[in-house]
Design a protein around this ligand. Structure first.
Ligand code: FES
Length: 118
């Protein structure tokens, strides 16, 4: 059902945890499945120098969080804003149709964290 990439990141997640002195946090809860995602950002000027996540969620959520936090590290905020769910899904070597919304939820969380930047 899931690609090897999804399984790999779900079993050995990267960038999982808290950034104590984060400059911003984005939090999203999916009311239907009650998955919760938090993305922490640490900035230097307009570059994301660190990103971590916490998630109570399905394998695609965990794997998408791993990918997105990896993709945004050392990236300018304007570039990070443009990352799409499709890019995540591609890097995960696909997701089942009924799990596409999981990657979209992670992107929503990222955008919330970016919007919450002071
Ligand atoms: Fe809830 Fe994946 S099933 S976000």
């Amino acid at each position: 059902m899931y690609s090897e990439k999804v399984k790999k990141y779900f079993e050995n997640p990267i960038n999982m945890g808290i950034i104590e002195d984060a400059d911003s946090i984005g939090i999203i809860e999916n009311e239907i499945c009650s998955d919760i995602i938090k993305i922490y950002l640490k900035m230097k000027d307009d570059v994301i120098i660190d990103a971590k996540f916490e998630a109570k969620g399905c394998p695609p959520v965990i794997a998408s969080c791993c990918i997105v936090t990896k993709m945004i590290k050392n990236v300018n905020i304007e570039k990070a804003k443009k990352i799409t769910a499709n890019e995540i899904i591609e890097k995960l070597e696909g997701l089942p149709n009924e799990k596409i919304h999981c990657a979209e939820l992670v992107i929503k969380t990222l955008r919330k964290a970016i919007n919450n930047l002071k």
